[in-house]
Ligand binder design. Sequence first.
Ligand SMILES: [Zn+2]
Length: 728
Amino acid sequence: MYSKISCILCGALVTETEPEVPSINWMGAFRALYTVWEDWSQPRISGIGRRNWRDVIPLDEAVATQAPSAIVDEVWLKIKLLVHHFDPALYVEWNSQTVWGFPLHDSCWNLLRLNDPEIPEEAVVHNLFDLCRSQPIQRNVMDWGHDYGGLLAYELAPTAVCPGESAILRARSFIGNTHLSDPINIPELQSVLDQDGLDLASDQSSQLASSNITQDPFAIFPHEILVHILAELDSADVVSLFFASRILASSGLPGPFWRSRFWPGKEFSHIFELCGQGSSAPRNWRQTYGLVKAINDNPALENRRRIWGLASRLNGFIRARKQLKECEGIPMELSEGCGSRKPHRSNRHMGSVSPLCNYFTRGSRALYYRKVLIKGWIKKMTISVNRLNGRTYICGLSFVHQQGVSSIGYHPIGRRTQEINFWASSSCRYLISILEIARDPRGVRGIRILSNEDGWSRWVGDHVDLPKRMIKCERPCEESGEPTISIVAGFDAMKMVLLRTDGERKASLRDTRLWYPEIPGPSLHLIGVEHWRLLEYRGALPHSVCMFGGPDGAWLPHLKEVIVWGIDRSSLGETGNNTLVFGIEFKYNKEVDDGRDSIVLGYASASGMAAPYSSAHRISIDSAGGERITGIDAMYQDPDQMIGFIIYTSSGRRREFPPHCKHYIQVDAEDGCDHFSEELRPPPETCIVGFYSTLEHNEIGVTGSYDKVLMDLGLLCAKKVNTVFERY
Ligand SMILES: [Zn+2]
């Protein structure tokens, strides 16, 4: 069936051919970057295909020899476009999923090649295919981490996400119709190009004459240098320069300057006809510049400029990918995560790595799983990084250890790496005890190492304001033995997307989860998230930590009020997300944290849409009189949404949020609704000093909109060791 799909370069639809609307025929002519089955290493670029009641590309001879007639129609080959999950069961015989790939308009393919013709076509095909396999696909649009030059809007903008969440593109939110215009064949531009040879003499008239205006710093430069300076500058900077230099202002601009406006990186670089070979013909460049400027707001030229920018960006990725060597390490099975899980599973919490058999709509995907064995002590660790979309990502690790050098991932040639050295000298000191990573949904952003005696290394890469996870590498250290650490990592086309140790034992909440902004200290007890439903759904998003008791419980005596922000429409019943918690605010009777007198877990307000329904329930706490929070009952509805909770205090008080929550749960339970609750209490001799929760955008029942809500609750408890707790 015909479904809407978007070009991977420009983001606009690849359409059916519409003979009655010839102006958009270019959108029906597409090429596919494709392969057969799991033949990842042999991608091809197809000839011009078409979409009608099915998607077809011209039959490639290499494929024709294998393909049965079922998917071949004389000269056409059926293809499945924008596939993002792979079912091993389908790779048994030829079928509609056998030939699959990524579409781009023929015009866009041409613009991509014209934008950086020096990259050989084979390198473009090979590297772009791997890059495409590394990007999530939302609603048949490839998510490169940009909005296609403003063509698409965000349903969930990058600036609005909760920690660890992915931005979500909203498809088909086009502003205007410029994206429908053919970016290659532009009659208005052609008529400008045809006017070559216009009044060539006038182009030579502007000469940057040296001058006797001695105070002008540009007076000392000869004509050639001034021309060179001007040609290198952006046009806006040239205007500024004219205000600063009377010589330049009075001389006007020479022909070579106007010509340079069509060079790569300059304002008219997308007029590729006038760059490279096209710029060698005699031409009045000043006049040409004026004529092109006059048609600058032509919709087709606007579309070309937008796609040209996207092509430059993509070619930058292709060049960076081309620089990477092979992915090093011991290869592992690619079907990771698909064995025990149901294929085609849609994972709505995709902050994590999507196995091949799962839908890949957010987060990241590993194209390569690699293992490395580190034997004995380690002398040095080298970390390679890539910069992508303005962010640092780890792309490879290399360990100098007792038995040589072991590397994993990418180590780009000629790129600067960062090193962590271990200088100590005892037999045990060089052992890595813990790796800590900082990550975003797309990959591993930073790493630091805890060695047995040197303590924590500095961070390499980014770590501020990012979720973190620890990876334990503990092995027995005996004088005679040589402890071995087996490190496993997954990589997409450009970066590390997961890191763990092989055979990781079942460990505590603290050791297995992502935490934000920092991993709770080892002295804290973590209580919560035990129900299988929560474990099932919570895996990928970090727990946000709120230490309302302060780092050492010092703020507890100053806590005077707890305010629960949320939506309370419990009178409508508990189902359908009629009650939700946006945030829990802790108010103090003095300034406790950088001058603030309150801190919030989550958010103390709702979005505009949900605001009319929002509520704030308050409970005062007599902390000065020794009252403390002693427990929580968190209540959930199907499958994993927290709808409210009960707070217990040491004064024997009990408060529900929203009020009567438990009553409605019981009523709904009698109606067959599947609710459950978790009773959270601190272990003996400890005291609650913080809460943690997974924050996520979720549907607000009464409004149909999405807002940031607390999905669960957990406790952070500290040992009652100092005088702060003595009144408790
Ligand atoms: Zn396109």
